[in-house]
Design a protein. Sequence first.
Length: 463
Amino acid sequence: MKIALNPVVNISKTPQNVQYQTSFTANNEGFVSSFELSRFKKAEKFAKKQISRYSYVDLDNVDLRRLEGIQYGIDVFKGLNIKQIHLLYKYLSAIILYRGCSNGCVHCFLDAKPVSIHPAANTVQAISWEDFESLIKGFDTLNQRLGHTKTRHSDMEHGIIAPFMDSDSMEIILKDKTGVEHDIIEVSKAFDSIYRKTLFDTSGWTPKSSKMQQRAKKYVDFINSNREDFCINLSLNPFHKLYSKYVENINKNPEVAKHFRDLYVSRMANAFLTFAPVMDYKEFYVINRAARDNSKCDTNYQFAAHNLLIIDIKEKLKSIMEEKRLPKGLVDKYLSLFEEKTGFVDTERLLAMGRMRDLFSSDDKYLTDMNQISEENANNPSKMFTRGYKGLLVDCNGKVYLFDNYDIAETDICLNLENKDKTTPKLITLKDKIFTTKELIDGFGERQSKNLCLRILKLMFRK
């Protein structure tokens, strides 16, 4: 007779002394552990041998089949196999914590909408703090089991994590079940614990908002003390909703147009002044973009007009600093940094997707080029692996997507989050295409094979 039992068993000498739920069966040979526990023990033994020999487990250079089960007991990875987890380790580029943006930029390729005050039933617009902690702790626990540290870990294609997709870093606030708010500083500390830098990206904020201004100063102070943990983008472009209101009214109501332009100029001058203490950081970038002068769109969105806008922002920045009576040496330093960071205007990396499609004539090159890429991806989704950049995104419900800088497509991977059965605001995806794990492995594998010899050499000479 077989008797099924379900005791909680403490597995000694495992990372964090994790408590594992398992089952035992009574038979003539005594108690035999469950298949999952047995597989974990084998994987753990293999991992320990690798750590003893090489200091850590290099996921790129081991037989992953022998590691199957090492994820046992980590709740966020429940239902995933080790190959899927390896894909996340290597290609994770964004964890989309918050959905929605107030900037209203008319060139937004994701067609980002403001956060809904009354979201649809069974819909989440942000990851819960508890789900975020579960995700981070899952990676942290597995890192310990694999012997990974900041200096010893599997090679990551993306050492920087974006905590957003269709939102502004200044607006990302997560709440836990008690209603306590957690900001981007706590998020960055969590990312640092799994050896990733945080990408902080903002298009500015309303200077009259004392709440947002205080938040920005708090962030700058923290970033200034933890520069190695951040990459900072300040977005400067003629597509923000305030400037677009200027464009909309320039002919029919010049006075109203000037009002909106002045608002945008003041907004960006304030943002540059607030971030001035970290502008000298090598990973502080201005995402400075405008349309080509020969493009078939309103001239106020083009390169020449944008250069005039930059001049106005610089003058406003100088005026504010003089009003605040900053020392002349500091004024000169900040203006010099402003000129350095805004000196290059990128007219080639605009994506005529989402709302931006409405800015151009149907025969404009921005639009025709994008249409060709989208058509190729739709007809042959594997093209998404050939665009150069590619990464995996985790949405706030745990669903994983493939992103190639042009299109987003579903995958068959979903993390075991509390809100995994809820929907999120729609991302721009390839219709009727869900990439299987095998397709992901095959697609990413082409690039991996090019570096195989280098990885083998690195493994051979690792100390």
